[in-house]
Write a protein that binds this ligand. Structure first.
Ligand code: SF4
Length: 557
């Protein structure tokens, strides 16, 4: 028999070095001290990475090797996950760790319109600082926004950013929750107590949500009560997942609800869990909202003190991936993987978190579920304007006098919203156009400002309401710049899983940035992206550019 031997190796001679990257014992001890002891759970990988990143302010190869060593997971697997998320700064062996604190300046559309470029330029002149851009920080009403360490600076100026760097104001500023006693004394807890004490059953709660006409307010507009029924009909165990990863530029309503109405949100959340029989709840919280984590924990502790035996609540941090706002990508992330959207069916109501039936809602939907169960479905159904029903939190930013989150009737028009809720246009600005659904919802001219803002209405105009992030443009703004800003955002945020989106967004952004607004070419790209992308990101990315051709070009409508 012929012996096939590698001629480069001599038998009987031991290797001088181990194969692959070896963990450094001192670093292994540090990482073990940071992330704790066994058992290590694979779904907690992002939490471990956050813990390490919070400690070192970056992730080095030695950290990843040490984590792989103590967990017994593949180094490549950990690296693959870490490198997917923008908030994990990975430092290679020949690189110098970034300065601490890091400085990021938002370049989303509302911040750009408010002068973030000047803030970015000035930040670059500060000694020892390497400013980076960030897509959206969920504070569009205070545009422009910068982040020094973990401290966000609203209405940022070159001076305020410099002062924050020099003063060492880098830590998360904690936000106080409203007083629980005030909430309880004002008649709060009605919704939850009704279910807990058997006054209302789970099926009755589901029927109430159905009767109210509440839709999922994260963007899809799927009837909430129907979703509850679908999940309740599936075999246990079931989960409830709260999507608090609002990352659509121009949207900041979750933040508003957490800050002002945490108990009503929690009530709605627990009531939904009881109604569908979910034994555990996960909140996937946007990483830019880390200042809200303590607020939610404290509010929850106050509620649990009053009402016992609530389902277990886990709060998980996102890590700067917009695509994780897509529900199946969020589930992947919660399971400790890259946030790649899943092919559907099966839907999350049948096969969701950890393969179990899962009810997924955003923060606002659960807030209104709490309101409906406390006030009755007729109350919610009786709201609305222009023939529509219900209420919304509209995040309004841009060239208006009073930006912010506005609680207003569903179906209100942009003209009514600006005049009645936003104090009119900002001084010196004339209403010219608006983005009704953040970066992905398209752009409409001011002459269409009397269309009711609701699901199923804007689609006829090539747009959609999405999460109701309304960005108002004036005659001083160029809609092509707005469309380019949106396309660059999508090119950055594409998860890369499918070619039409990965290549299409980049190519469209390059063409547009170079001033090549070739209608036929961009329309070809739009068609491929819209028809062949797996998830809503790639399908909706061409909306703003399509709006530009439809409404603002020569011969436009
Ligand atoms: Fe990823 Fe874009 Fe495909 Fe969605 S459409 S799965 S974001 S590549």
């Amino acid at each position: 028999m012929t012996a096939y031997r590698n001629p480069g190796r001599r038998r009987g001679r031991a290797r001088r070095t181990e194969k692959g990257r070896q963990p450094i014992p001192a670093v292994v001890r540090e990482i073990r001290a940071a992330v704790g002891c066994e058992p290590y759970r694979r779904d907690l990988l992002l939490e471990y990475l956050h813990t390490i990143h919070d400690h070192y302010h970056h992730l080095a190869a030695s950290h990843i090797a040490a984590l792989a060593d103590i967990t017994n997971w593949h180094m490549a697997e950990i690296f693959e996950v870490a490198s997917f998320y923008a908030h994990f700064e990975i430092v290679k062996e020949d690189e110098t760790p970034p300065p601490n604190p890091g400085l990021r300046v938002c370049t989303g559309l509302p911040c750009r319109m408010a002068g973030s470029d000047a803030v970015l330029d000035a930040a670059g002149a500060i000694d020892g600082v390497q400013p980076r851009t960030a897509p959206c920080m969920g504070r569009c009403a205070q545009a422009p926004v910068a982040e020094v360490g973990h401290n966000h600076i609203g209405n940022a100026t070159p001076d305020s950013v410099r002062a924050a760097v020099e003063d060492g104001r880098h830590a998360v500023t904690e936000i106080a929750a409203p007083r629980f006693a005030d909430y309880r004394d004002a008649g709060g807890l009605t919704a939850l107590l009704g279910i807990r004490e058997g006054v209302a059953t789970g099926p009755q709660a589901i029927a109430a949500i159905e009767a109210s006409g509440l839709k999922g307010l994260g963007g899809a507009g799927f009837p909430a009560g129907h979703k509850w029924r679908l999940v309740a009909d599936q075999p246990a165990p079931r989960y409830l997942v709260v999507n608090a990863d609002e990352g659509e530029p121009g949207t900041f309503k979750d933040r508003h609800i957490f800050e002002r109405h945490p108990y009503r949100f929690l009530e709605g959340m627990y009531a939904a869990a009881f109604a569908v029989g979910a034994g555990e709840i996960y909140i996937y919280l946007r990483d830019e909202y880390r200042d809200l984590r303590r607020l939610i924990e404290k509010a929850d502790a106050a509620l649990r003190n009053e009402i016992r035996a609530l389902p277990a609540l886990h709060i998980r941090r996102g890590a700067g991936a917009y695509v994780c706002g897509e529900e199946s990508a969020m589930l992947e992330s919660l399971e400790g993987r890259r946030g790649l959207p899943r092919h559907r069916p099966p839907y999350a109501a049948q096969v969701g978190l950890f393969g179990r039936p899962t009810l997924i809602h955003n923060v606002e939907t659960l807030f209104f579920a709490g309101e409906i169960l406390a006030r009755g479905p007729e109350w919610y159904a009786g709201q609305g304007r222009n023939g529509r029903s219900g209420m919304r939190h509209y995040s309004v930013s841009g060239r208006i006098a009073d930006p912010g989150v506005k609680l207003a009737p569903a179906g209100i028009t942009a003209n009514e919203l600006i005049a009645e809720y936003c104090g009119g246009m900002a001084a010196g600005h004339v209403f010219a156009a608006f983005l009704p659904g953040g970066a992905s919802g398209g752009i409409l001219p001011a002459r269409l400002g009397d269309i009711p803002l609701d699901y199923g209405t804007l689609e006829d105009f090539g747009c959609f309401l999405g999460s109701a992030g309304i960005i108002v443009l004036s005659e001083s703004d160029d809609v092509r710049d707005a469309a380019l800003n949106a396309m660059e955002f999508f090119a950055d945020e594409s998860c890369g899983q499918c070619t039409p989106c990965r290549v299409g967004t980049e190519k469209a952004a390059r063409l547009m940035a170079a001033g090549n607004w070739d209608a036929a070419l961009l329309d070809d790209l739009r068609t491929v992206m819209a028809d062949a992308s797996i998830c809503g990101l790639g399908q909706a990315a061409p909306n703003p550019v399509r709006s530009v051709f439809r409404y603002f070009g020569e011969g436009g409508e």
